[in-house]
Ligand binder design. Structure first.
Ligand code: AHM
Ligand code: MG
Length: 331
């Protein structure tokens, strides 16, 4: 029978117990932002939007114009709705307050508006990552404390992949579900219900250019992923885009591991906890996988700063647990 499941219908039918209308509406807001950002990214080669915006963000990196657009789209769509009490973005040094004239709601939005910035102006896949928490304390809601929560306390997380087509993948803790944007209809349609990490895994994704910066345990780990070890080694192919969302998405569909390890002199690694590693850790958990900083679950890390970084290993559990074993042995 002909049946089209739009994201609106799906969100409504799968509202979690704690969700009132606000939570559902917030997911719609994000879906709308996804359409706006998708429209702009698809036009990137046609307009004057490519290239740096001439500003440097809080990480000390050149900001691209599309980063700025994506960041503004999310803030403008979400700051006046009464659904959020505070936001945090990779592109902004401090938390984003709800303007005084608007009511503060129950939810906290953390996001990386457009990740994979090195890929923007070479027409390679990029993505948005988001996570949603609830406030900590009703009276004082809207503070940094509301944002600095461990990923285990997320009530929803997801990403938008701007690839060959645009996809929105999210979870509220009840499975991971993927939607593909039908640009003719202008709507996200359910295309990947109940995504689960397949076994056996197919890929490993790591930047081999960093080989000289890794400790012996990390080098041994990557050699193991390559099949260069005794015993029960995995049989994997290498794939690395350098866009976290795209690398994650491919590995979610085919099975595998993405790793951005600690480096000598840079023990914190590169990936940001709050709005990159945390939401993806939540998703992989609900797809049957595991995410670790090499020592324990990403889900359990209590953030201490908005832009804190973590070493990051995410994918099929056996592949992730191997680095934990090697790092214990290295001590
Ligand atoms: P960004 O937030 O500046 O875009 O950096 C994060 C990106 C991730 O998408 C990707 O996994 C990683 O950086 C790639 O880093 P590298 O180019 O060092 O391999
Ligand atoms: Mg990023």
């Amino acid at each position: 029978m002909f049946q089209v499941n739009t994201i609106e219908r799906f969100i409504l039918q799968h509202q979690p117990k704690h969700a009132q209308g606000d939570f559902t509406q917030l997911l719609y807001d994000i879906a709308l932002a996804a359409k706006l950002i998708s429209h702009q990214t698809n036009r990137a080669g046609l307009t004057d939007i490519l290239g740096g915006a001439g500003e440097v963000n809080v990480q000390g990196e050149d900001q691209q114009k599309l980063d700025v657009y994506a960041d503004e789209a999310l803030v403008r769509l979400c700051d006046h709705t009464g659904r959020l009490c505070v936001m945090a973005s990779e592109e902004r040094e401090d938390v984003i307050q709800i303007p005084e004239q608007f009511e503060k709601g129950s939810y906290v939005l953390v996001y990386d508006p457009l990740d994979g910035s090195s890929n923007i102006d070479v027409n390679v896949s990029i993505g948005t990552v988001f996570g949603i928490y609830r406030y900590k304390d009703w009276e004082t809601r809207g503070r940094l404390e509301d944002v600095l929560q461990p990923p285990r306390d997320l009530v929803a997380a997801g990403y938008i992949l701007f690839g060959a087509s645009t996809m929105l993948v999210y979870s509220t803790g009840d499975g991971v579900h993927g939607f593909t944007l039908d640009t003719e209809v202008g709507e996200f349609l359910l295309s990947h219900p109940n995504m689960r990490l397949p076994e056996p895994p197919a890929y490993f994704s790591v930047n081999h250019g960093n080989l000289g910066k890794w400790s012996p345990a990390v080098k041994a780990y990557v050699a193991w992923l390559q099949g260069q070890a005794d015993g029960d080694v995995p049989r994997l192919s290498s794939r690395y885009i350098g866009s976290l969302v795209a690398d994650f998405h491919r590995n979610l569909l085919r099975g595998g591991i993405f790793a951005y390890p600690a480096e000598i002199g840079k023990p914190e690694g590169k990936i940001r906890l709050l709005y990159e590693a945390g939401p993806l850790a939540f998703l992989i958990h609900h797809a049957g996988g595991y995410a670790s900083n090499g020592h324990g679950p990403i889900l359990d890390i209590e953030p201490t700063g908005l832009h804190q970084r973590v070493p990051f290993y995410i994918g099929n559990r056996r592949l992730v647990e191997r680095i934990e074993t090697l790092l214990i042995e290295e001590k």
